[in-house]
Design a protein around this ligand. Sequence first.
Ligand SMILES: Nc1ncnc2c1ncn2[C@@H]1O[C@H](COP(=O)(O)OP(=O)(O)OP(=O)(O)O)[C@@H](O)[C@H]1O
Ligand SMILES: [Mg+2]
Length: 392
Amino acid sequence: MGAPDEAGIREAMRGVVDPELGADVVELGMYQGAEVSPDGQVTVRLALTTAACPLRSQLQRDVEARVGTLPGVSGVTVSTGEMSAGQRRELMDRARAAAQDKAPATTIPARTRVLAVSSGKGGVGKSSITVNLAVALASRGLRVGLLDADIAGFSIPRMLGIQGRIEAARTSGGGSGERLSLVPVTRPVGAGHLEVLSMGFLSGEDEAIMWRGLMLNRAVQHFVEDASWGDLDYLLVDMPPGTGDIQMGLARMLPRAEMLIVTTPALAAQKVAARAADMARRGHLRVAGVIENMSGFTCEHGCHHELFGSGGGQRLADEVGVALLGRIPIEPEVSSGGDTGTPAALGSSPAARELARLAEAVLSVAPVVEMRDCSARLLDALGAGAAGRRFE
Ligand SMILES: Nc1ncnc2c1ncn2[C@@H]1O[C@H](COP(=O)(O)OP(=O)(O)OP(=O)(O)O)[C@@H](O)[C@H]1O
Ligand SMILES: [Mg+2]
């Protein structure tokens, strides 16, 4: 029996899946070709993300098993090499694309930039930053959605000063008949507007929500899959603290989400935030940038105090290899604005100016996807009916 050709080997290699990246090695570009000797000896070239890849021996075994059973193969050698930084970047792009193909349909328009505001640690100001960034972007005339993924610890309605109830609307799902969807609570801000979904609009603020992890995930899933979001420029997601179920669930449901990581200047917070960045990598999410919050306090006499140390944001940004997008000072207006529902970004304090700069930085690292001539718009138009996305 003759030895197999390269095409046959490539086909067999499609059965070798990188379990971490969730795609096969051909799709990921890790398979670099094979040589076949006349006596059926096959040498497969495999590029690994790092030479010390923990999956190395598993991948080798899988290659031997898949290629070794092809007719005419007398033996398999796997020759491994290490990817260059450029190859690794391409691999992550492909992994992201593969994850997107497998992601469930969502009701979020394809052109919408999804930015998840995360931190490893609680209380660093994720919700405050999310609300203020949303307001700063909306006041520039943009359509901004705000998804409060902190199901048990929601705080967005109070911080925005919005009371309301989520209404259910009948949507005509193409092919799948009628279904009910959640209508976000919408408010104008300057020339733009906000669309908000939060458990706070479903349950009273004082009602304890004692849902288990699975249920929490289901709630976020409803907000992502069964809501009638408008044609948003941005959807900001206020994440709960930590790197648990909801985070991983969101990465699965919304693989196109990009992360904004919030940290305080303190070393401990920076270390914990690094875990959030690590989780982003494991979920193949892009980290769009780092935001340092509570970056010093300037008292009424003009004395500056670095209450929580300094430099944590920049160190984390350098570690992750992204830009530090903003440094928001500690300011009573940020805190009182959160309590009274008047976000500091609407004012003119130093924090408001920093928040405006943050909005500009976000617009530059994660720009609005323009609608004109955009394939995302086309995709939307095609996909919307099929997935039952538009509501009437
Ligand atoms: N720059 C700031 N200046 C003054 N107070 C701030 C600032 N940022 C946040 N705070 C206050 O710190 C507290 C925690 O902020 P926030 O709720 O936004 O954090 P979080 O990271 O969302 O918390 P959690 O992990 O519990 O969701 C709030 O009382 C908030 O008003
Ligand atoms: Mg919060």
